[in-house]
Write a protein that binds this ligand. Structure first.
Ligand code: WTA
Length: 635
């Protein structure tokens, strides 16, 4: 009896019911039949959301890389595990087999060990989308080190904050990276970051762009010569089910980024099981997720989920627009991609370029199309479905989060009928709840509320690194005995879910979650700035773009406003990264505030959205008069 691969709608309902009625039996069966354990668990699940404390497969021993690599060697040794497609289309693709990958991971693991990295140590990985990135993750997991990947588009400041937060002694990076026609000086960014990270002892540098970089004596070393000398064999460290596998930072609505901690066994079981079903992966398929491994989507659905299933997973170094906007489709044709998983912001950018660039290529290999990262709007959904999918490849609109580790609400292709803009039904084992603001669960269909999850699932984050209290406050205090997602959602007449967007101060720009507070902090560092507030406004490619209202210390100051705008954006770029730059910056005399001094972002949001007909009652504000002047001077 196996519930591992769901193929019909009735089967979905039947398995779903079982997963909810007898969750422990259900997950035990999945875990037992499809993974390699050094020792089985003593207990499937213990949980208490009030603390919160959740453990899955307690007492079990395993190594996730034995599940992703070793066990495939006998049957899939010559199968391509990672198919690397370089930025430059003229550079040949690289086909890394399961055997190659196994050997390269061991070599890398041996280098790390040589550098003194041991079980439980944190290793920061700041590497572009080249094979060394995936290999670095697996090498850490092989020896029980906890990887903390920082997206290689983040600034030096963002990098140093993350290195220090979890106390990494080793950083893995590259000389530089290719991004379309541009190159990025990654090592320069690392050098700058490390000025604030006195505890980093070792920096391992992969060579990619062959640029002339600075190597600090005693700290920095080229990676390749070390790998060449290292053994291709190596024992995997035996890990406990609940040992941390990785930390991945995500923006919060306030303060510093949250280092979400994911543990080993539950994460493995859930990402593998969702991968198999959500993409209906079959043995000879070629699967491609366009995300960067710097985000959770890349961790779970480029690396761990696919490899645990012995899949062929494409890793693309470049961008959708280089050398032109047909690149994605060229790659689909070239590698006969069967499952294609991308973000709404990419779909919108490509749709803008017209259908001709898609029609030039043979996309007949495609079977399943995926979307993730933000709500997909109706127009983009139809374009994806009709122009790319030719109405025959179902779209899986997958809702999930860094915190959830794996896909939570999604259609299962060829099983769940799709509906534009709807993530449809909860995945197996997931029990969503919609709550009203007073904390009552909204039962039945045709309701809209705040999305919570009321029962643990195997891949949920266990804590925030170094700050369990913040973990509890952020996710488990809004509603008793429930995990609060920060998203709003509605349930339609048949029980399908549609995610309506964030209900907190996180704005999703081109699929990147940006907390407003850190951006405001960056702006406020400018010596001319008194105060600022950031809101999102609709943008036809990015989904949302950022609108900043900035008050200056001396409003009448005769400064060139355009220069000021540039300086502010430069500050944001330095502190957070170019992705957080503001599209519009309006200088104002004041910001609307409540009498208790809280900035009324709701009003600012409406103004930015050009929706000023219903601002609500503003008479209770501390300074109602500023509202009209902000409207009059809107950009
Ligand atoms: C949003 C990405 C609507 C949501 C895996 C969530 C979505 C946040 C969808 C998490 C979707 C992600 N439909 N909204 N299919 N997928 N989101 O942590 O607001 O980068 O809370 O994880 O993205 O973003 P994160």
């Amino acid at each position: 009896m196996s519930n591992y691969h769901i193929k019909h709608l009735e089967e979905y309902f039947q398995v779903y019911r079982k997963s909810v009625r007898e969750p422990e039996n259900f997950w035990e069966e999945v875990a037992e039949e499809h993974f390699l354990w050094r020792k089985k668990w003593d207990k499937v699940l213990s949980w208490d959301f009030s603390k919160p404390e959740v453990t899955w497969f307690e007492g079990a021993k395993l190594n996730i890389t034995e599940n992703c690599l070793d066990r495939h060697l006998a049957t899939r040794g010559d199968k391509t595990a990672i198919l690397f497609e370089p930025n430059n289309p003229d550079e040949p693709a690289e086909y890394i087999t399961y055997r190659d990958l196994y050997e390269r991971v061991n070599q890398f693991a041996n280098v790390l060990k040589d550098k003194g990295v041991t079980k439980g140590d944190r290793v920061c990985i700041y590497v572009p989308m080249i094979p060394e990135l995936a290999i670095a993750l697996l090498a850490c997991a092989r020896i029980g080190a906890i990887h903390s990947v920082v997206f290689a588009g983040f600034s030096s400041k963002a990098l140093s904050t993350r290195i220090n937060d979890c106390d990494c002694k080793v950083v893995i990076t590259a000389d530089g990276s290719y991004r379309g026609a541009k190159t990025i000086d990654l090592k320069g960014i690392v050098d700058e970051a490390l000025e604030d990270c006195p505890d980093v002892e070792t920096v391992l540098v992969a060579k990619r762009i062959h640029s002339d970089i600075n190597m600090k004596e005693g700290r920095d070393e080229w990676l390749q010569p070390l790998l060449d000398k290292a053994s291709k064999e190596g024992k995997a460290e035996v890990m406990d089910a609940e040992d941390p596998l990785f930390i991945l930072y995500t923006s919060g609505s306030t303060g510093k980024p949250k280092g979400m901690v994911h543990t080993t066994a539950g994460y493995m079981v859930y990402t593998a099981y969702t991968f198999k079903n959500v993409f209906q992966y079959r043995e000879h398929d070629v699967y491609w997720c366009t995300a960067d491994i710097g985000w959770i989507t890349g961790h779970s659905y480029i690396v761990y989920g696919p490899l645990a299933n012995g899949a062929t997973t494409v890793m693309f170094e470049g961008v959708p627009s280089y050398p032109d906007f047909g690149r994605f489709w060229e790659i689909v044709q070239k590698h006969k991609v069967n499952q294609f998983y991308t973000a709404p912001t990419a779909i919108r950018a490509l749709a803008k370029q017209g259908a001709e660039l898609v029609e030039k290529y043979d996309l007949s290999s495609l079977k399943v199309l995926g979307s993730v990262g933000e709500p997909i709007n109706e127009e983009a959904w139809h374009w994806y479905n009709d122009v790319v999918g030719k109405n025959k490849s179902p779209i899986v609109d997958t809702w999930w989060q860094t915190e959830t580790g794996g896909i939570m609400i999604t259609p299962i292709p060829f099983v769940t009928p799709t509906k534009p803009t709807f993530a449809t039904l909860p995945f197996i084992g997931i029990q969503p709840a919609l709550m009203d603001e007073s904390g009552t669960e909204l039962k039945g269909n045709q309701v809209e509320g705040r999305l919570c999850i009321k029962y643990p699932w195997p891949s949920m984050a266990r804590t925030i690194w170094g700050n369990h209290e913040r973990y509890r406050d952020t996710y488990f205090s809004a509603y008793e005995n429930k995990y609060f997602t920060g998203d709003g959602a509605l349930r339609d007449e048949v029980g399908y879910y549609r995610i309506t967007g964030r209900v907190d101060d996180v704005i999703i720009v081109s699929g990147h979650n940006l907390g407003t507070a850190p951006i405001e902090d960056a702006i406020n560092e400018h010596q001319a700035v008194a105060e600022s507030a950031i809101v999102g406004f609709p943008h036809d490619v990015k989904g949302s773009a950022l609108y900043g209202y900035v008050t200056l210390k001396d409003f009448g100051e005769a400064r060139n406003q355009d220069n000021l705008r540039k300086e502010i954006n430069q500050l944001i770029s330095d502190r957070i990264g170019p992705i957080a730059k503001l599209d519009k910056i309006q200088f104002t005399e004041g910001l609307p505030k409540t009498r208790s001094g809280k900035i009324m972002r709701r009003i600012l949001r409406k103004i930015a959205e050009n929706n000023t007909s219903d601002l609500g009652d503003i008479s209770t504000l501390l300074n109602p008069e500023v509202v009209q002047s902000i409207i009059d001077n809107k950009l």
